[in-house]
Design a protein around this ligand. Structure first.
Ligand code: SAH
Length: 383
């Protein structure tokens, strides 16, 4: 606490008082002196996420101030022709438990903890005031996370009046047209955190054939084709994600026929391609988080090693591989070790040229390094 780490674990608490009905936790030391205030989530392992260390009370005024600071950072760092971005990034913007993603005229507010769910009214008002979206959609995923259930996300609800809202919301990323599926999509409808990696792929894609594994709505392929790739193939297990991927090609007037959208399990698809001796001069591997809790880490490490070994076998000499992990529990050092082990098993020699994670609209607080979850390794095959 004295180091301002914003998380209070249940095991660190000696005694609690009151019912916390307003969602506010006040943390005091052994002598009763106030230390910090934050959002109270009694059912979570992280019982409080701290917002202030100076006695200020969480509420409308603080929320507006924090959101305005987040907005001013975005104004400095967003690339041109980009109307889709993360506007508020939880701990990284001193708003633990709150995400706000903006897609053009639509904003999606996600409340990640039981505590912030109880502040919904004031958080919504602050978001409207500071970001003035045409439409604000709210997703509450906190209670679900706290209880550790695997239920699908609750249906998001448009905030306030008027029940209906567009399912697919258009926005721009570096001048490319995308749609965020805000009603049932993954995350808040798009993987905004990969913007910088897409831009890097676009810059080196000319003349290359690109295989996009775990493609979701095919955004890496759109970037590659916009950069002059001759072909890009999306592989994902989700039919609705691939339907969006087709729409993305059309919206950007880029090529794509039926064989460019493959609905399959990536592991099986890779084994087939390796068996056929296929070669690609660009491969992107961006799987979902394989480790969601500590006990998953060993199994996740094996998954990352398998998928990388197979993906590496497909890369032609002189070809590029971007491999990613968004499991916070697999840190950068461990991920790099796993990938290096995979290259040894694949008998392939790669040079690591860059490490790149989420963009600057996903700031990480130095007080809460856990906020840095996305790792991307750029590697070029030597032989
Ligand atoms: N690279 C994407 C985001 C990937 S999210 C982007 O930049 O937009 C992970 C994706 O993997 C999801 O779309 C999910 O449907 C898919 N997925 C998860 N497990 C899979 C599997 N075993 N085989 C194929 N796709 C899988």
């Amino acid at each position: 606490m004295l180091r301002r780490h914003p998380w209070v674990f249940s095991g660190a608490i000696a005694r609690t008082e009151g019912d916390g009905a307003d969602g506010v936790a006040e943390v005091v030391d052994a002598r009763g002196r106030p230390l910090a205030r934050g959002a109270y989530s009694p059912d979570s392992q992280i019982v409080a996420r701290l917002w202030t260390f100076d006695g200020r009370a969480p509420g409308g005024e603080l929320f507006r101030e924090r959101f305005a600071a987040a907005r001013s950072l975005r104004r400095e760092i967003l690339p041109p022709e980009t109307t889709g971005y993360r506007a508020v990034n939880s701990e990284g913007d001193l708003c633990p438990g709150v995400l706000l993603d903006v897609y053009g005229e639509t904003a999606v507010l996600e409340l990640l903890t039981g505590g912030t769910e109880r502040w919904r009214g004031e958080l919504e008002s602050a978001a409207r005031e500071v970001f003035a979206p045409g439409e604000l959609i709210v997703r509450e995923t906190g209670t679900e996370r706290d209880q550790g259930t695997k239920r699908p996300s609750p249906q998001p609800s448009p905030a306030g009046r008027g029940g209906s809202y567009a399912k697919e919301v258009p926005f721009l990323e570096n001048g490319l047209r995308f749609l965020a599926d805000v009603s049932s999509g993954q995350k808040t409808g798009f993987f905004l955190d990969q913007r910088d990696n897409r831009a890097r792929l676009r810059a080196l894609a000319r003349g290359r054939r690109v295989l996009n594994l775990f493609s979701y709505s095919g955004a890496f392929s759109v970037a590659a084709l916009a950069g002059g790739a001759t072909r890009a193939v999306d592989v994902d297990s989700s039919a609705s994600a691939l339907a969006l991927a087709r729409e993305h090609r059309r919206a950007n007037v880029l090529s794509g026929d039926d064989s460019d959208f493959v609905q399959a399990d990536v592991f099986e698809d890779l084994r087939r391609r390796v068996g056929e001796g296929q070669r690609w001069d660009g491969v992107v591997c961006d799987p979902p988080a394989f480790a969601k809790k500590k006990s998953d880490v060993d199994r996740a490490a094996r998954g990352y090693k398998d998928v990388n070994r197979l993906a590496m076998s497909l890369v032609s000499p002189g070809g590029w591989l971007l491999t990613c992990s968004c499991s916070g529990l697999v840190d950068a050092a461990l991920f790099q070790k796993i990938v290096f082990a995979a290259s040894a098993e694949a008998g392939a020699s790669f040079a690591l040229t860059a490490r790149q994670g989420a963009g600057a609209d996903h700031p990480v607080s130095l007080d809460c390094p856990e906020g840095e979850y996305l790792k991307g390794l750029w590697m070029r095959r030597a032989r």
